[in-house]
Design a protein around this ligand. Structure first.
Ligand code: NAD
Ligand code: WQD
Length: 339
């Protein structure tokens, strides 16, 4: 019998891609999601692509009794925990919601897992835990800090998980620190579907290219980078998802808590991203340079050699494929899943 994995937040951007790859790798998948930032259509399309079914529960992770019902109904060999709120700016406006949805939810989840004797969890952390790094590339032993409530939830959850692992050596935990996920599945059927005005660069650029927005505002061209715009490590969401499958496969053998950066090790500037997108989409991307966005850093990219060594994982998609796959999704689905 195949192993069954619980994916929290599995209807979302990264969760839906990971669900797809888990199914393709032979796992059964159960998704819980409150659909606050996603649509069930993403999972219907995953089913369409794979020809397999996904059990779905519309559950808010803050509701421990509903979560327990899911664990009553299924025996999970592991959990991949994506669910949470993720908008950096919004987190300063409504910090209590971020602590509630991210930290309280995670505590509920860990308690429920303990209760049902499921002690393997892979968690979505973020490169944001490195704050403003002193140098690049960033290795996992760099000092951590947070400059906003969202980042603090990731830091706190990492610490909570480390405490849990110390309290009981039966736990196997993997903390994955994502750099900047972009791209979409090759089918063009699933992708990132932000609600309202996108906060992140790639969805904004693709909405300009498809004609939904007039122009991109580039937040500063006076950083200490080659062209003055911010440099980031963009990673294809399918590569990222593949790392989760490998994490589940290695979690027992690694034991305790492990922390891995997930990036390509390459940094690209905002202007390089605009140019790559224009080439990939054959559409112009109008932009203007505006002031810096508060809290942004100049540059950030990963040393991901630890994930290569311990998980046998390495990013395989290059920049041009990332933008072409983003464009296929965006141009086929200009209104996202809501069409
Ligand atoms: P997403 O918003 O598409 O997915 C998150 C999902 O969680 C959504 O489907 C949402 O409906 C669900 N959710 C939120 N609160 C919930 C709750 N209380 N109960 C149940 N479901 C809930 O985001 P994503 O980009 O797929 O990100 C997934 C995870 O990866 C998040 O934890 C995010 O913080 C983390 N992460 C994302 C990025 C990024 O740039 N996308 C970078 C680093 C880390
Ligand atoms: C990338 C670059 C911007 C939008 C954020 C979170 C991080 C992680 C990933 C969750 C920067 C510039 C952007 C725009 C622009 N998420 N930019 N105009 O800020 O690296 O990381 O998402 O964990 O925690 O902080 O990503 O895509 O917002 O920005 O010029 O309209 O693009 O200044 O240089 P960021 P981003």
């Amino acid at each position: 019998m195949s192993e069954k994995i619980l994916v929290t937040g599995g209807a979302g951007y990264i969760g839906s891609h990971t669900t797809l790859l888990l199914l393709e790798a032979g796992y059964e998948v159960v998704v819980v999601d409150n659909l606050s930032n996603s649509s069930l259509e993403s999972l219907r399309r995953v089913e369409q692509i794979t020809g397999q079914s996904v059990a779905f529960y519309k559950v808010d992770l803050r509701d421990q009794s509903q979560l327990a019902n899911v664990f009553e109904a299924h025996e999970f060999s592991g959990v991949i925990h994506f669910a949470g709120l993720k908008a950096v700016g919004e987190s300063s406006e409504i910090p209590l919601d971020y602590y509630d949805h991210n930290i309280y939810s995670t505590i509920n989840l860990l308690k429920t897992m303990q209760q049902f004797n499921c002690q393997r969890i892979v968690f979505s952390s973020s490169a944001t835990v490195y704050g403003d790094p002193a140098s690049v590339p960033i290795t996992e032993d760099f000092p951590t800090s947070a400059t906003n409530p969202y980042g603090r939830t990731k830091l706190f959850i990492e610490e909570i998980m480390r405490d849990v692992a110390v309290s009981d050596e039966g736990w196997n935990i993997i903390l994955l620190r994502y750099f900047n996920p972009i791209g979409a599945h090759k089918s063009g059927l699933i992708g990132e579907d932000p609600q309202g005005i996108p906060n992140n660069l790639m969805p904004f650029i693709s909405q300009v290219a498809v004609g939904k927005r007039n122009k991109l505002s580039i937040f500063g061209d006076d950083y200490a980078t080659p062209d003055g715009t911010g440099v980031r490590d963009y990673i294809h969401v399918v590569d990222l998802s593949d790392a989760h499958v490998k994490a589940i496969q290695h979690i027992e053998q690694l034991g305790g808590v492990s922390t891995f950066n997930l990036g390509t090790g390459n940094g690209y500037s905002v202007l390089e991203m605009v140019k790559a997108f224009e080439k990939g989409s054959e559409k112009p991307v109008a932009y203007e340079i505006v002031g810096r966005r508060p809290g942004d850093i100049a540059e950030c990219w990963a040393d991901a050699s630890l994930a290569r060594e311990k998980l046998g994982w390495k990013a395989s998609f290059g920049l041009q494929e990332m933008v072409e796959d983003t464009w296929r999704w965006q141009s086929n689905n200009p209104e996202g899943y809501s069409e």
